[in-house]
Design a protein around this ligand. Structure first.
Ligand SMILES: [Zn+2]
Length: 260
């Protein structure tokens, strides 16, 4: 018998906290989770595992960041409005993030008044913050809706195709089984390859664009970050299409044009 076992990450929700989201550029509600590495048999675990770390996920943009639970006064068991959550979990949020909040205020008032170093760091930051999400996605095989549909279509082809051929030309039915099987497999493989691009366009580019929009980065500034990511061997450097990002930064119309 083939037994599937090994280690897997176990997430345990600790509660809701308020904190600053560098992607949204604002204080936001977060979900705080503990990450453990536990042994599994057939992906079933019985323990919360050895502590790996803590993670906070922004309720608005969905980005996960490393977290330090001792920073919070408490973790609220129920979601609440931001001021209420801040009062319960992070009462000195404004003071703790003062420098960053001042910088964000300055950015909103006049993006051109930023110091060149601050501007560079602010443009670079969302790429680095979203990079773990991209690394994680491409570290294993993922299926999206389109892959699922193509698998169903492939199954249909494998059943209906040979049956149809058998009616028309009974002598060729053995070959037809092979041909339709190959076609089905090819269809699923193509969709799995395309799924990576869809993930970037749906889940990374819009979040990145929204974060970068107030800075109005030039294509040159974005290219410089991409070149740096390439040197650092981040997957994002090869998976992100800069033209998609630039189109998104120009607005929904530009994004539609780039997709078409
Ligand atoms: Zn956010």
């Amino acid at each position: 018998m083939f037994i599937v076992w090994g280690k897997k990450l176990v997430y345990r929700k600790l509660g809701h906290v308020a904190d600053f989201c560098p992607i949204c550029r604002k204080p936001r509600p977060f979900v705080l989770r503990r990450l453990g590495s536990a042994g599994h048999v057939y992906y079933i675990t019985v323990s919360q595992g050895e502590l790996v770390g803590y993670e906070r996920t922004c309720a608005r943009c969905g980005t996960a960041f490393n977290a330090e639970p001792t920073h919070y006064a408490a973790a609220a068991s129920q979601p609440a409005s931001l001021p209420e959550l801040a009062r319960q979990t992070f009462p000195n949020l404004e003071q703790a993030w003062k420098e960053r909040l001042d910088l964000e205020r300055q950015l909103r008032e006049d993006p051109r008044a930023l110091h060149a170093d601050d501007r560079k760091a602010l443009i670079r930051s969302p790429f680095l913050l979203l990079s773990p999400k991209v690394e994680k996605r491409f570290a294993s095989t993922h299926f999206d809706k389109e892959v699922g549909i193509s698998a169903l279509v492939a199954l249909g082809l494998m059943i209906a195709g040979p049956a149809l051929v058998h009616k028309v030309s009974p002598d060729s039915s053995d070959l037809a089984v092979l041909v339709f099987m190959a076609l089905g497999v090819l269809l699923v493989i193509v969709q799995m390859v395309l799924a990576g691009g869809r993930f970037m366009r749906r889940e990374v580019v819009p979040v990145l664009a929204q974060c970068l929009r107030p800075l109005q980065p030039t294509p040159g500034e974005l290219q410089a970050v991409m070149a740096e990511l390439k040197t650092l061997r981040h997957k994002m450097a090869s998976k992100l299409r800069l033209e998609d990002l630039i189109a998104h930064l120009r607005g929904p119309q530009g994004a539609a044009g780039a997709r078409g």
